[in-house]
Design a protein around this ligand. Sequence first.
Ligand code: HEM
Length: 444
Amino acid sequence: MPTYKYPNSISFFRFLFNSSEITKNPIPFQRKWFEEKGDSFSVWSPLRGHIILTRDAKISKQILQKKHKIYHKSKLQTKFLSKYVGYGLLTSSGDYWLQQRRLIQPGFHKEKIQNLVSITQASIDEEVGKIETGQFTDLYPIMNTLAFEVVAKSLFDFSASKDTMRRLQSIIEQLQRFIVKEIRQPHKKLKYWLSGEIRYHMKLVKESREIVLSIIEQRRRSHQRHDDLLDMLLNARYEDGTSMTNDQLIDEILILFVAGHETTANALTFTLSLLAQHQEVLAKAAAETAEISEKKFSNLETIANLNYIRSCIEESMRLYPPAWITDRVATEDDFLGDYHIKKGTLLGISIYELHRSKQYWQNPEVFDPGRFYGNKKIDTSYYLPFGAGPRLCIGNNFAMFEMILAINTILKKFEIQSDNKPIEFLPLITLKPVGIKLKFSSIS
Ligand code: HEM
């Protein structure tokens, strides 16, 4: 019998005792326990066996990069998520994931994405044009709609009515909220079933799939070339010459909506809020915007030259990583540094804590875009807003250029002001900003 060695442990009873608070907001607990037990700690659960949470860069690198083949996504990410949002790139694993990744990856190559810049800029202009001035406004809903519209228009050229679009956006939001409830309070499953909540949400799943199918069919009937991601998905062929079925297409499209809009909306909200709270940084970013806009660059050149704004976004995602945690399950016994873990161990990698660890960052709680400015290379074992290794976010380049264009457009048009309340957030599936308000005033 091999002897296993796990990181310092938290007793299961202590964990249970705090479970209702952990359910509401796990971030203060992980901080407290890392400080107490070290950069990795474990909990032994009678139902789940050993669970490890880590903010150790070497361990994160081994799991996500060096030995990724033996670390697979857990059922939380595959089974639970896919029940509601489909079995696509984000939620699949093993050979099926690899086959889909190979098929879809070319659609996200830099050259392909660059062709989408003008349509992305047009969607951003439309949404930014709707921002009301002169009063403190809830920022998140504006950024959420902006990010949703950008994915819909740039990647799929969806020409559904505004009502249908808002419906799809609202369904995705409702489903995500329910997934969090189910994952965090699994003991209430019977209650959700009896109260009809599960049935209600499965009806929403059906409706969202019907909306996406109607859009696919509309595109097929149009016989027009759009040269966007939807065309690419429809025309992609596996090695044996077959193409994706309608169900596979719906799964992948829904996943791209889910993975691609809320994360970006969160990052944009945090970035604008941080800028508004740091006047000297805001002044530099606004000066860069003004300088670049005088040069009459193309959209692509604009993105390439907005280096300070890029650094502000990178620093904002360090402090508030939209994907604040990820997990993997060991499919074999493994040695992780000093530890020896058993096949089946569940591991959580706290991206939030890696990004704020004193081991890797000076003054980690301070917002300082200078850390990134000048194309400084930062190690992906402790800075990983888009993940790392083969399961790196497929939309990372797209997200970066969308965010740079959005911040640039806003700073060109408005002065922004914060109410200077501390930035609040909730760690749900993504790290969601809460109650952030900004005042926009037009630059005359
Ligand atoms: C600021 C914006 C974004 C952030 C912070 C972000 C973050 C991440 C992270 C951390 C992962 C890896 C998860 C893991 O390894 O467990 C991931 C995967 C993924 N992201 Fe993003 N993402 C963003 C935007 C987007 C966009 C715009 C799209 C598409 C339109 C997208 C699509 C995906 C997909 C499909 C995956 C799964 C890739 C795979 O497993 O092969 N993401 N994202």
